[in-house]
Design a protein around this ligand. Structure first.
Ligand SMILES: O=C(CO)[C@H](O)[C@H](O)COP(=O)(O)O
Ligand SMILES: [Co+2]
Length: 216
């Protein structure tokens, strides 16, 4: 399948967000990635459904919403109404992850399950049949601009082998520290969707150059 770039706007310039998103779209990104942080599940606060709804008006690309919040069930309907196409939730803080994924599906959205660097890949196997994608964090969540953790590659390979062995229609997304050097490593391990934030939006050579080097 075609490899895809999901552009995380976390480190974009919010004073001109629309032009940043349009530049990313023009440069060929496939999805827009929204990082939702509550200052509780992760040590940072980002933005909520109101901003997500504004982003929806700025682009026709699919919107990939990564919920890093303590009570995802409380907000799934709001982010669905705000125009998310894909909604992913973490496995770590949720004893009712099966129900939460059902909740995403009931809202008519593609569901994803997310793993932190310290979580074994087996933790998501009981819900693998329910999701369209698995998001493997290659940094500890909460901040953009961190360095890629190479130990995530083994997890990607292991999950990729499991998906192939079971002939499942599940994509592997990787998030954190992806740039022109780390993208090929994650691709070789089996990742198909690459969340890229600061490498695109804070690239000193600009967004088109960043996308050219990622595609190369
Ligand atoms: O989920 C995230 C952080 O928790 C972000 O999606 C991720 O960090 C992307 O930013 P960058 O490419 O700068 O690492
Ligand atoms: Co993210």
């Amino acid at each position: 399948m075609k490899k895809m770039i999901s552009a995380s706007i976390l480190n974009a310039d919010f004073s001109c967000l629309e032009s940043q998103i349009q530049a990313a779209e023009k440069a060929g990104v496939d999805w827009i990635h929204l990082d939702i942080m509550d200052g509780h599940f992760v040590p940072n606060i980002s933005f909520g459904p109101q901003i997500a709804a504004m982003v929806r008006k700025m682009t026709s690309l699919p919107i990939d919403t990564h919920l890093m919040i303590s009570n995802p069930d409380q907000f799934i309907a709001a982010f669905s109404d705000a125009g998310a196409d894909y909604i992913s939730v973490h496995v770590e803080n949720n004893p009712h992850i099966h129900r939460t994924i059902q909740n995403i599906l009931k809202n008519g959205k593609h569901a994803g399950i997310v793993l932190n660097p310290g979580t074994p890949v087996q933790a998501i196997y009981p819900v693998l049949h329910m999701v369209s994608y698995v998001l493997i964090m290659s940094v500890n969540p909460g901040f953009g601009g961190q360095s890629f953790l190479p130990e995530s590659l083994d997890k990607i390979s292991e999950l990729s082998a499991k998906i192939k062995a079971e002939k499942r229609d599940v994509l592997i997304e990787v998030d954190g520290g992806i740039n022109a050097e780390t993208l090929p490593l994650a691709a070789k391990a089996g990742a198909e969707i690459f969340v890229v934030g600061s490498y695109i939006f804070t690239n000193p050579q600009g967004i088109p150059h960043a996308m050219q080097t990622l595609k190369a």
